[in-house]
Design a protein around this ligand. Sequence first.
Ligand code: ZN
Ligand code: ZN
Ligand code: ZN
Length: 378
Amino acid sequence: MSSIAQPTPAPFTGDDYATRMARVTHDAVGAGLDGVLVTPGPDLVWLTGYRPTAITERLTVLVLRPARQPTLVVPMLERPDAEAASGTAAVSFVDWADGTDPYLVAGSRLDPAGRYGISDSTWAMHLLGLQRQLPLSSYVSLTNGMPMLRAVKDARELARLAAAGAAADAVYEQIVQSPFAGRRELDVAAELAELLRRYGHEQVDFTVVGSGPNGADPHHEAGDRTIENGDTVVLDFGGLMFGYGSDTSRTISVGEPPPLVREVHSIVRQAQQAAVEAVRPGIACQQIDRVARSVISDAGYGQQFVHRTGHGIGVTTHEPPYIVEGEEQVLVPGMCFSIEPGIYLPGRFGIRIEDIVTVTDTGCRRLNNTGRDLRAVG
Ligand code: ZN
Ligand code: ZN
Ligand code: ZN
């Protein structure tokens, strides 16, 4: 089997990370905040390249304040790893030892009555610890309290997302060459994971294989069920490549599809196409969801489209912005998200078609480009 040798992109430099930290600090001031607090998770990875091996109860927090050097408060034993991360050259370090109070250490770097943006994935115990230390301080969500940190991707991030999408596409083209009938879902899922790695992913996040009635459960991953001739199979897989995500779905038919499967697939395909065509700068996220939903509702399946239309993707496979009713965030060139409408008929089958798109100046570009026909496999 040929493997796709995708050139490894040049790593982000200390300057790149410093620029991100400066931009976020600037945005925080613009939003009326005194700074930003970021604990381990995707925001910290994006800002510093630092990904602790385990996220623990010990407080680690990046403190960004205007006109101050970024400061990373870390447990003493984690300091060497944090210092070695690719984006922490411009960061000053403050460590704390077990047996001392980390909130006292972090709190002394903050304005006692300050208002801070804090990352969504911060453990409650850490936020409560800071509030106990600084009773007059206040906190807002980084996602809602200021412009989204990571939603708009730059050219180098887009190149990574495109590479991850192309690799996922190659996996799909490969998996449909193998027979499905007679194999268990788990075996197909294992092959998907192996192919994702072979085509360059360093991390596999999910490999959904929903055959027959299992496909009607959007949360089904893969199980013992043996795939039979006549089944419809939802495939939905992705992970990280060069630190950026892939996520694509196609639904296939084992043998010739029955008329109802053809009909439902065609509705989902039209909904997906209409939503993709609706993407352009200035449109609200919820509007994209409405476009997909109206196609499905008009066809009589509105109650069977049981999830939002999509989610953002970047250094994680699910992140803001969400393509969902109520999300008024306006699309901006460089945003990347999935468009993945589905119809689920309990006890029978499910259909989902998913591509990642990126917003351009005039519309959008798909990062997944495999055929969207209902493909019949062996
Ligand atoms: Zn997916
Ligand atoms: Zn998705
Ligand atoms: Zn999902």
